[in-house]
Ligand binder design. Structure first.
Ligand SMILES: [Zn+2]
Length: 261
């Protein structure tokens, strides 16, 4: 699929989410049970255990059923999976079945365009751009501020942090590292340094590096040398950005929010 066609897919995904909000006269779905909203659109959403996937959509004729893995205990994550399956239902009428694994929910970069479109639909439905930007910009950057947004929009901390950086609420980056290695990152368009790069060891001088070495790290914003995270040719050694960590021990992982202080 060409780049241009793909961008149209994303634009349509976000537009559909906004149309649904408009239909219901909502500016946020934070107080809405997504099962009710989906049911009104013709989709039944159930919680059931699924092996090897977090969400699934099966469509047959006019009827469709979505399953959210009952093993997901976190409310924000469950809501994101339900919204993602509603996205497939709304956007991808030609496909009878979607089985969405963990990788699908991390696919923001068009590896599988339908998954990226469902994620962008879900993000727009759960965290509508204009309200999220306004709320995010009302407070200085920190993981505490992102945590407040996650609470207000009833999404996971990871989803709120990703949205925060992706929408460029402030010049910032987000890195998810696991077992001492960077798994993925996102950089906002206005951050001067842009290149973190996946699948390499976490630098020992970063907050996440400290966590993987000692099992502990500061939960407060700490100054971190830019070369501990970025690979850009243009970086100035010794320059520092703020990094704030949120360890996720059950995943052996750490989220780092990085921004210009
Ligand atoms: Zn999917």
């Amino acid at each position: 699929m060409g780049r241009k066609e793909f961008d149209i897919g994303i634009a349509l995904a976000e537009k559909r989410a906004r149309e649904i909000l408009d239909d219901f006269g909502l500016t946020t779905v934070a107080e809405v049970d997504l099962r009710d909203l989906a049911f009104d659109r013709g989709l039944i959403v159930e919680a059931r255990e699924i092996r090897g996937a977090e969400g699934r959509l099966i469509r047959r004729g006019d009827r469709a059923i979505a399953v959210v893995d009952a093993a997901i205990t976190q409310r924000g994550k469950r809501r994101f999976v339900a919204a993602h399956e509603l996205g497939h239902y709304e956007l991808h009428a030609d496909e009878p079945v979607f089985v969405c694994d963990q990788a699908a929910f991390l696919d923001w970069h068009r590896r599988r365009p339908a998954e990226t479109e469902a994620n962008r639909f879900a993000a727009e439905l759960l965290m509508p751009r204009s309200g999220f930007l306004a709320d995010g910009r009302a407070t200085p950057t920190s993981f505490d501020a992102v945590g407040d947004l996650a609470e207000a929009y009833r999404v996971s901390l990871t989803a709120a942090a990703f949205r925060y950086v992706h929408l460029d609420v402030a010049p910032s980056a987000l890195v998810f590292s696991r077992r001492g290695r960077i798994e993925w990152s996102v950089e906002s368009a206005s951050l001067p340094l842009q290149y973190i790069g996946p699948r390499r060891p976490v630098h020992r001088d970063s907050g996440a590096g400290e966590y993987f070495q000692s099992g502990r790290t500061s939960l407060e914003p700490e100054w971190t040398p830019v070369e501990a995270w970025f690979l850009d040719d243009s970086l100035v050694r010794g320059e520092r950005y703020l990094e704030q960590c949120r360890p996720m021990p059950s995943y052996e992982a750490c989220l780092s929010l990085i921004w210009q202080g």
